[in-house]
Design a protein around this ligand. Structure first.
Ligand code: BTN
Length: 264
């Protein structure tokens, strides 16, 4: 995937709604920002903004998402009829879809990590950024942004500091992957899991997500706000929160934060 063929992104795409409209950009500032603008103008659910690279890709907690050519960067507009407080669950829907896609297409042992990461070989290969717009209790839309480190080498494109914690499909497979195929398979899975979430609720999604979450039961460090907590990751509950058993035996719940596995 040196270059993505815009027409091929929809060729044979087996979805009902997702990706029926795709805005293809050679370069975006951030596909999430672009998608939010379109959603505010009334764009349909399932509309995708796809960029070959981003000049200011956004990560969680105000971080930058380094987005060189070769990666997969897209955002999808969703308009689920759910409570504002349930919107966070869409991150689990998306990370499950990514992890399963990577497993199915490449036979890699992709894992989910709370709250929004997909790992291969213990290193981050994908991040998800969900942003929503609401009016009081009414959820207007959610933009779900997906960034996959696909066809570039992290050791060439990322600063040294991030090379310890990030990887790419190219790096683990030692070859390039078919970007259009990856995108389509991912979108198909995403649509299926999204439908399952809306029809049957979060429990089944969460169960499958937890099956791929090897950090559960292990010693982790959680960064939340400006504080650091160490303990055993006990569970992710049905509101999406992480339950940690601290070293003094107390149990603490986190609604947001970052998890790092402790080296034992
Ligand atoms: C994270 O792990 O911090 C989330 C990263 C999300 C990156 C994707 S790339 C496509 C979309 N557009 C953005 O600006 N960010 C998301």
């Amino acid at each position: 995937m040196e270059k993505i063929d815009a027409d091929k992104l929809q060729e044979g795409l087996n979805t009902e709604n997702f990706g029926k409209k795709i805005v293809f950009l050679h370069e975006a500032i951030s596909t999430n920002d672009f998608a939010k603008k379109l959603a505010n103008y009334g764009a349909d659910e399932g509309t995708v903004i796809f960029a070959e690279e981003q000049s200011a890709g956004k990560g969680r907690l105000g971080r930058t998402w380094i987005s060189p050519r070769g990666g997969l960067y897209f955002s999808i507009i969703l308009k689920p009829k759910i409570k504002v407080s349930d919107a966070v669950k869409l991150v689990f829907v998306a990370s499950l879809a990514v992890a399963e896609t990577i497993r199915d297409l490449y036979g890699l042992n992709a894992e989910t990590k709370w709250p929004n990461d997909v790992l291969v070989d213990g290193k981050k290969v994908c991040g998800i950024l969900a942003e929503m717009s609401s009016m009081g209790e009414h959820l207007k839309f959610v933009v779900l942004g997906v960034g996959v480190n696909a066809n570039f080498n992290v050791r060439e494109k990322f600063p040294k500091k991030l090379q310890k914690t990030a990887t790419s499909l190219q790096e683990v497979l030692d070859r390039k992957v078919d970007g259009e195929k990856l995108f389509k398979k991912l979108l198909e899975k995403l649509e299926n899991f999204y439908a399952c979430f809306l029809q049957s609720g979060f429990v089944q999604i969460l169960e499958e997500w937890k099956e791929l979450a090897s950090f559960l039961g292990r010693q982790v460090v959680v960064l939340s706000g400006n504080r650091k907590w160490t303990g055993t990751a006990l569970n992710v509950e049905k509101d999406g929160s992480l339950i940690l058993k601290l070293e003094d035996g107390t149990v603490k719940r986190f609604l947001s934060g970052d998890v790092t596995l402790r080296v034992e």
